[in-house]
Design a protein around this ligand. Structure first.
Ligand code: ADP
Ligand code: MG
Length: 352
């Protein structure tokens, strides 16, 4: 009603601000998994174990062996816009997977969150937050690293809870997310367990930590997750232009599918979905595939962090390139080149 008396402008309190931010960061259980696993990666973990119950709705627990958080910084970890990953100079540094300092306080405003952590040479401590109310730091037992436990997601926001899908659908989304994170970090061992029934639960996904040079470790990880047949029916992509590098595997046209199932993109080590990249893929395969067929690819793009903004939407993993034309052109020419080369080899074998 525009004739109502105007009200003064007021600053939102922290709890309200967090809950609004949570709407962006935390869409569903798989987005919580993504934030927590990326934090563990940032902390230098070599092992990340994820446990979920009831599609992640009642429990998501991420355990890592990373560097941990000192007891005196635990409250900061749960405070809005507090991050250890920027000093201003590298504010736009995508190499740090998350850097807004919003994930933990957002999750803590819409769930019951307990963080337990230990840094080398100190005792373990834990801190609980529920509905945005931060408790007291308490001594805890933990040999190393960090455990973040998220219970009863959206318990205080029934409207959001109602939008979640069935447990099965949420498990599927978590599974997909964990696979993409595991592809992005082939040097990290990762497991996903469903503990819905209590006890140790059931391991639904597991990849071992592997040593070796990056490309072979990466290909081995892709074989483990996408399938050995994909790796065997793919060509290696490797190109660089103007400081932007693309590498990875591109499935042969003969390996295509009727539905887009295995298209994975990573920018500076984090999984992304992006229209520009999908469009470039279509352009690259246009001469090799009919429009109703979809190629399988796993492409890793690396570029100086200041040339890509991953902050466009924190949860949806969209990105914005400074020079989209360069990236599009590079991907198209790199893929075309690799595919044409494979085609030549195939036809010369047939001819022989
Ligand atoms: P951001 O990741 O954007 O910095 P978060 O809210 O996700 O914001 O995390 C806040 C801070 O808490 C991080 O900057 C980091 O210092 C610390 N932190 C969070 N999770 C972990 C973890 N698993 N191991 C070590 N430190 C962590
Ligand atoms: Mg984070």
């Amino acid at each position: 009603n525009i004739s109502a008396p105007r009200r003064p402008i007021r600053q939102l309190d922290d709890a309200s601000a967090n809950r609004i931010a949570a709407g962006e960061v935390v869409e569903r259980p798989s987005s919580v998994v993504k934030e927590l696993v990326e934090n563990a990666m940032d902390a230098g973990a070599t092992r990340i174990d994820i446990a979920i119950a009831d599609g992640g709705k009642t429990l998501i627990r991420v355990t890592d062996d990373g560097q941990g958080i000192p007891a005196e910084e635990l409250p900061l970890a749960l405070s809005r816009h507090a991050t250890s990953k920027t000093d201003g100079a590298d504010l736009f540094n995508i190499r740090y997977l998350g850097f807004r300092g919003e994930a933990l306080p957002s999750i803590g405003s819409v769930a019951r969150l307990t963080i337990t952590s230990r840094v080398q040479g100190a005792e373990a401590h834990s801190l609980h937050v529920s509905g945005g109310q931060i408790g007291a730091v308490k001594p805890a037992a933990l040999t190393r690293g960090t455990v973040v436990e998220v219970r009863d997601l959206f318990h205080a926001t029934p409207a959001r809870l109602k939008f979640l899908r069935s447990d099965r659908a949420e498990v599927q989304a978590i599974n997909d997310m964990v696979k993409r994170l595991a592809m992005a970090a082939p040097e990290i061992g990762m497991t996903l367990r469903d503990v819905s029934g209590g006890g140790e639960g059931r391991v639904t996904f597991s990849v071992e930590r592997q040593g070796g040079d990056l490309i072979s470790v990466r290909d081995a990880r892709l074989a483990a997750i996408i399938g050995r047949d994909f790796v065997q029916n793919a060509v290696t992509v490797e190109a660089e232009r103007d400081g932007v590098r693309v590498s990875g595997l591109a499935g042969l046209p003969t390996y295509s599918r009727g539905a887009a199932v295995a298209q994975f993109f990573f920018i500076n080590g984090r999984p992304v979905r992006d229209k520009l990249l999908i469009g470039a893929l279509r352009g690259a395969y246009a001469d090799f595939l009919s429009r109703d067929r979809h190629p399988a690819v796993a492409l890793f793009i690396d570029c100086p962090p200041e040339r890509v903004d991953v902050n466009v939407h924190p949860a949806k993993a969209e990105v914005r390139f400074r020079e989209p034309g360069v990236v599009r052109g590079l991907i198209i020419s790199a893929l075309k080149h690799a595919l044409a080369e494979a085609g030549h080899r195939a036809s010369s074998t047939v001819g022989a």
